[in-house]
Design a protein around this ligand. Structure first.
Ligand SMILES: CC/C=C\C/C=C\C/C=C\CCCC(=O)SCCNC(=O)CCNC(=O)[C@H](O)C(C)(C)COP(=O)(O)OP(=O)(O)OC[C@H]1O[C@@H](n2cnc3c(N)ncnc32)[C@H](O)[C@@H]1OP(=O)(O)O
Ligand SMILES: Cc1cc2nc3c(=O)[nH]c(=O)nc-3n(C[C@H](O)[C@H](O)[C@H](O)COP(=O)(O)OP(=O)(O)OC[C@H]3O[C@@H](n4cnc5c(N)ncnc54)[C@H](O)[C@@H]3O)c2cc1C
Length: 624
């Protein structure tokens, strides 16, 4: 099952090696992280990032190994933005010459970059950004400026205190005309003393939800006051400004400006499955250790994992973790395929890649955030302790519902794609890829489900048909209602809640389909495929019909702990007293409690000033 989860034996081996490297290195300790002040936490992040880079160089780690090392360190920081957004933005939007110049420095960490798109006033609406980049032909420079308070860059990770450079998104103005949003490489801080360059006001935007968690990241604010940069720092793969100031558009679609977001959304799906699997791992393992109530005859107490209510709340998450993992692996393939096509100037699959990445990012991150919160409840009181690992896991993953595109905004993008496809089907065009099922419109609009029993839910063809019919009917229903509205725009706006539901149904169909396709592969190991079939059934059935699932849960229960062990997480990475591999939960909780700074003294600070006088006064009063 470890191989099925990781994707290959090689993937298991590399992941194990990198996880152990991190777990055995004292610099990467994280057990007291939630007790650090913001300043201590930030410094700790800088230390870990520098040490990780040192180990990467010393051990000549490959890119795959270095990425895993960073993942297992498990502490958001500026390096994430550098590798996940700054470098890909230059790769996707820079010319070959620009890539050579900037990526050479970025790969050696001679510069640290971030992705500065969002502003105080606009995040979702990228076309509404206000920062300007005005070309000055007299000096061959762009003047980068924040004309209003709301145009202040706001949120970019690593911007607050760390980044020396950024890809800054701004409205390009040349020859008096506004050509809309484009990307520019800007140096922000001196490479000698790290001070902001003239005209740049920069800082951290302040503390965020939860202790530890995303507070290790210095999300930043930046105001620009007529800062000049050379013309060749405009990212010029999509469009160029000539020496004379003429705007020239390349023969690539302008949506490639959003290419970095497509790339990152794809990686976020993998992050979501990992976060969900960690929460499930903690809740399942703890559920097998925790016992409450016994038989009336005074027999042994029951493992809470044996309660049917616990199973019906938890096993759909276990199934979802596997479902998201497999769809994430497929999405990575889809992204690679689209990238190769783009390189040979085939842009035909770009809309589908956008819809799939946007939709899957939304559905998986929303489900994951909800599931982590529920896992906290599934662990009872102890789940609420920082030492359970769950509060921090929740706080770190909750913003994934917002960053890289608010989930509802992205689902509306999926809906727009679906409405377009429905109208193309109506005019006789055969849909392809993940919307190919829409071509079967006659049958799917009328067919009746043959699913009656739990066993039917293990029949892939029956499952697929149910999900296809549901998704298609919801989409067609929306399209018909939109056509009755005074205008397309009004109809879309009025029906947006239904459109979001239709988009979710389409995305769930993709997830179910990719799970089924996974089951058609050669899967080694005794009983592995059978367990995955049951999980696929649970994933599909819990979305449609909450009844009849008990039988499947009972079949999964004997292997529940093994199914979470297959995630192959070290105790260091899991970071949970409740989810420990050895099950020694109570000693761990007890030990963790004593690490809290409040326990450094027996009598707390503040006793002399505030507690003692109060107690003495009350004592005096009671004696009167
Ligand atoms: C624990 C963490 C550890 C590690 C993770 C590390 C790092 C990551 C962590 C945090 C990083 C977070 C970084 C950020 O958040 S960066 C900022 C991200 N911002 C957004 O995502 C903004 C969302 N908004 C948008 O994407 C767009 O504004 C929009 C909603 C898509 C609307 O755009 P607009 O230009 O107005 O377009 P439309 O008129 O709606 O569409 C025009 C046309 O373009 C098509 N389209 C839109 N987007 C794309 C795309 N990305 N790719 C391809 N095509 C796209 C759209 O479908 C439409 O096509 P038509 O054919 O219908 O015309
Ligand atoms: C932790 C974190 C890290 C981030 N890192 C970066 C970074 O590195 N670089 C960067 O540039 N940005 C970053 N961001 C910003 C992030 O990308 C934006 O916050 C995100 O795109 C959402 O935009 P917004 O904040 O403008 O939300 P808003 O658009 O203001 O959303 C507010 C509400 O309005 C709703 N809404 C908005 N538009 C519509 C619509 N058309 N129809 C229906 N409902 C709508 C949304 O659903 C939401 O409920 C980060 C954000 C967070 C939280």
């Amino acid at each position: 099952m470890k191989v099925a989860w990781a994707g290959s034996r090689h993937a298991v081996e590399v992941a194990d090696r990198m996880a152990c490297l991190v777990a055995s290195d004292p610099v990467f300790r994280k057990d007291t992280r939630t007790m650090l002040s913001r300043k201590e936490l930030f410094k700790d992040t800088l230390k870990k990032a520098a040490h990780a880079w040192k180990r990467t160089v010393e051990l000549h780690l490959t890119e795959e190994e270095a990425n895993l090392l960073r993942l297992y360190i498990d502490q958001p920081g500026y390096v994430d933005l550098h590798w996940v957004m700054f470098v890909p933005a230059i790769k996707g939007q820079g010319t070959e010459e620009q890539q050579k110049k900037w990526l050479t420095m970025a790969y050696k960490f001679q510069i640290i970059g971030t992705y500065a798109q969002t502003e105080l006033g606009h995040g979702s609406n990228v076309q509404g950004l206000e920062t300007t980049a005005t070309f000055d032909p007299s000096t061959d420079e762009f003047i980068m400026h924040s004309p209003t308070l709301t145009s202040s860059k706001w949120w970019p990770g690593g911007l607050g205190k760390t980044s020396t450079h950024a890809v800054v998104y701004a409205r390009l103005i040349t020859e008096g005309k506004d050509y809309g949003i484009h990307g520019f490489i800007m140096q922000l801080r001196s490479l000698d003393d790290h001070s902001p360059l003239p005209g740049i006001t920069i800082g951290d935007i302040g503390g965020k939800f939860g202790s530890g968690a995303y507070n290790s990241m210095d999300n930043g604010v930046m105001r620009l006051d007529h800062v000049r940069i050379p013309r060749d720092q405009m990212l010029m793969r999509l469009a160029q400004v000539t020496r004379e100031g003429k705007y020239v558009h390349s023969d690539v679609p302008k949506q490639l400006l959003y290419g970095t977001m497509v790339y990152v959304r794809q990686t976020i799906v993998a992050d979501a499955s990992r976060a969900l699997s960690r929460a499930v791992c903690i809740a399942v393992r703890y559920g097998a250790i925790r016992k409450q109530f016994g038989s009336k005859a005074g027999g042994p107490e029951t493992q809470v994992l044996n309660y049917k209510t616990q199973q019906s709340r938890l096993f759909p998450f276990l199934a979802s973790a596997y479902a998201f993992r497999f769809v994430g692996q497929w999405l990575k393939w889809l992204y690679t395929d689209v990238t190769q096509k783009l390189e040979s100037k085939d842009f035909s699959t770009l809309p589908e890649a956008h819809a799939c990445t946007a939709g899957l990012k939304s559905v998986t991150t929303s489900a994951t955030a909800d599931a982590i919160e529920e896992c906290q409840k599934l662990c009872g009181g102890h789940g609420y302790l920082n030492s359970s690992g769950l509060p921090e896991l929740f706080a770190v993953n909750l913003p994934a519902c917002t960053y890289e595109g608010d989930n509802v905004v992205l689902l509306l993008q999926v809906a727009r794609f679906l409405m377009k496809t429905v109208s193309q089907v109506a005019s006789g065009k055969q849909p392809v890829g993940t919307t190919a099922y829409m071509g079967n419109i006659q049958h799917l609009m009328q067919c009746k489900s043959v699913v009656n029993t739990v066993e039917d839910w293990l029949n892939p063809a029956a499952i697929k048909e149910v999900f296809e019919a549901r998704a298609l009917r919801m989409a067609v229903n929306c399209a018909q209602n939109i056509s009755k509205a005074p205008s397309q725009e009004e109809g879309f706006s009025e029906l947006s809640p239904d459109l979001v539901e239709a988009a979710v149904a389409h995305v769930q169909l993709i997830i179910v389909t990719k799970f089924i396709e996974k089951l058609q592969e050669d899967i080694l190991g005794h009983g592995v495929k059978e367990q995955l079939q049951k999980l696929c059934g649970i994933y599909a059935l819990h979305l449609i019909h909450n009844e009849r699932l008990g039988k499947l849960y009972a079949q999964v229960r004997p292997n529940a702990v093994a199914l979470v062990d297959a995630f192959d997480y070290t105790d260091h990475y899991l970071g949970s007293a409740l989810g420990r591999y050895d099950g020694d939960v109570y000693s761990a909780l007890y030990k963790e409690a004593w690490k809290d700074p409040l326990n450094e003294t027996v009598v707390p600070d503040g006793y002399q000033e505030h507690l003692r006088p109060l107690l003495k006064q009350q004592l005096k009063l009671s004696r009167l």
